[in-house]
Design a protein around this ligand. Structure first.
Ligand code: UDX
Ligand code: ADP
Length: 460
């Protein structure tokens, strides 16, 4: 069997690497139009940082895992084509700011139709609005050679970044949606099930109709994000009362009906999925004439935006209502630990707010590149005369970032931050030295003992 995957991003790359790793008898080719990305996948410096990914790629690459820019050849030879290209939120026209932009998906469908010489199974891996499979099928059928049959399946990916390899190796479930009403549809579902069954227990492989599968992905992300917005809303109330949000989360999480996960109050959720998928859900509800449902889910985003801006305002108000010219050390820029991904990271929004307030940012992140940080902050590294940006300094050393700073803001929960020598950091900072722990990961009592003024999310 031959598999091809269009799109070598955070989802396509690791997912295909795991399939190839687990199924030595299947040839897996990942194709992307971005040559730099493909070159990186073929090098020792993979474009995606994920714990454990290097080892998986090393075993399979060159054996039965290949990365290429020749997408047409890869499609032509494949029995199964996964489509794992980006589906960003539309920035133009109808649905701008909410609906998913499906142009990359449609282009893939046209490529597949053009080169296919025989039947293929097309698998939607990207998160898509409900009923996209229908559109995909229509484009495929309208553009392909006569007599060629395509079966479209939905197989949304539930991996979380930072734990992608573990999530792929041992997923809670694999979801496969297809045309359950036809013989060919059931056969296609069975074929994809047989791939995953090589390493995943059968009871974890769920099959549904197409629309349930497409919608489940949006709903899973909406529910997860809703829990974070719920606890973040309570964090604000905790700050006004004498309650402690971590204690509240622990207490309610002990109820087995609620459970302990995704109740960590924070500076706000980020990542490529939560906001995009909820906006997509909101758009769909509006489209199908359900404004009350749309408003209900939109509130999850509104609460998240508020949480981010509340954090930047807290920094400004605590630093005596001005951060003009003040150095603020930002620890962490990625949207969560153990990834170099910064899409929708809270650090970007807080950073931009602080830059608007004329602060000087000293940013330290163990994995995010300097270029990426400048891009996210919409700033250039040098001014017109070639001098370094005077408002932003990227610091590979956290102690250098904190030196001379008025405040230190923890933006990402990297484990390495917990082990830093905070006495040394304190000695290097201006006094009073403020810590704003946007992730509640530091030992606040100890910090206060050293002399820090500490602000933590959801704590008085
Ligand atoms: C998410 C889903 O978890 C995954 O199933 C889906 O396939 C893609 O979207 P991801 O965005 O990679 O995965 O990371 P996730 O661990 O869900 O975290 C998302 C954001 O929420 C991060 O910014 C994280 O820091 C934040 N978060 C998470 C909290 O603020 N509190 C929590 O309790 C959990
Ligand atoms: P995700 O997080 O969903 O994996 P990414 O943005 O990381 O999203 O990856 C999507 C990838 O898809 C990008 O590397 C992009 O270059 C690639 N891509 C977009 N359109 C096509 C296409 N028509 N054929 C192949 N790859 C494509």
């Amino acid at each position: 069997m031959k598999i091809c995957c269009l799109g070598a991003g955070y989802v396509g790359g690791p997912t295909m690497a795991m399939i190839a790793y687990q199924c030595p008898d299947i040839t897996v080719t990942v194709a992307d139009i971005n040559e730099t990305r493909i070159n990186a996948w073929n090098s020792d410096d993979l474009p995606v940082f994920e714990p454990g990914l290097d080892e998986v790629v090393k075993v399979a690459r060159g054996r039965n895992l290949f990365f290429t820019t020749d997408k047409m050849k890869a499609i032509k030879e494949a029995d199964i084509v996964f489509v794992s290209v980006g589906t960003p939120t539309k920035t133009y026209g109808a649905g701008a700011g909410k609906a998913a932009d499906l142009k990359y998906i449609e282009l893939c469908a046209r490529d597949i139709a053009e080169v296919s010489e025989g039947p293929k199974i097309i698998v939607e891996k990207s998160t898509l609005p409900v009923r996209t499979a229908q559109g995909l099928k229509t484009v495929l059928e309208a553009n392909s050679r006569p007599g060629i049959e395509f079966q479209v399946l939905s197989n949304p990916e539930f991996l979380a970044e930072g734990t992608a390899v573990e999530d792929l190796r041992n997923p809670d479930r694999v979801l496969i949606g297809g045309d359950e009403d036809s013989e060919a549809g059931r056969e296609a579902i069975a074929t994809l099930v047989s791939v995953y069954a090589k390493w995943i227990q059968p009871e974890r492989i769920i099959t549904t109709n197409l629309w349930s599968s497409e919608l489940s992905k949006l709903v899973a992300n909406a529910f997860l994000a809703q829990r974070i917005s719920s606890i973040n809303s309570i964090s604000a109330l905790c700050e006004r009362t004498e309650a402690n949000v971590d204690q509240v989360a622990f207490a309610i999480g002990k109820d087995s009906r609620i459970g302990p996960k995704f109740l960590k109050a924070s500076v706000g959720f980020g990542g490529s999925c939560f906001q995009k998928d909820i906006l997509n859900l909101v758009y769909l509800c509006g489209h199908f004439g359900l404004p009350e449902v749309a408003d209900y889910w939109e509130q999850v985003i509104i609460m998240n935006d508020w949480q981010k801006s509340r954090f930047s305002q807290k920094i400004v108000s605590t630093l005596f209502n001005t951060v003009n010219g003040k150095r603020i050390a930002m620890f962490g820029f990625a949207f969560k630990k153990d990834t170099n991904d910064t899409r929708e990271t809270a650090a970007m929004y807080v950073g931009r707010d602080l830059l608007d307030e004329q602060a000087v940012l000293a940013i330290h992140d163990p994995k995010v590149s300097t270029q990426q940080i400048f891009k996210d902050l919409k700033e250039s590294e040098t001014d017109a005369e070639g001098k370094p940006n005077s408002q932003i300094e990227i610091c590979p050393d956290p102690y250098v970032a904190a030196k001379g700073a008025h405040g230190l803001a923890v933006m990402t929960e990297w484990d390495s931050f917990k082990d830093l020598d905070f006495k040394r950091i304190y000695d290097g900072m201006l006094k009073p030295a403020f810590v704003f722990d946007g992730r509640n990961i530091l030992d606040h009592a100890k910090l206060r003992e050293i002399g820090f003024e500490v602000y933590a999310i959801g704590k008085k």
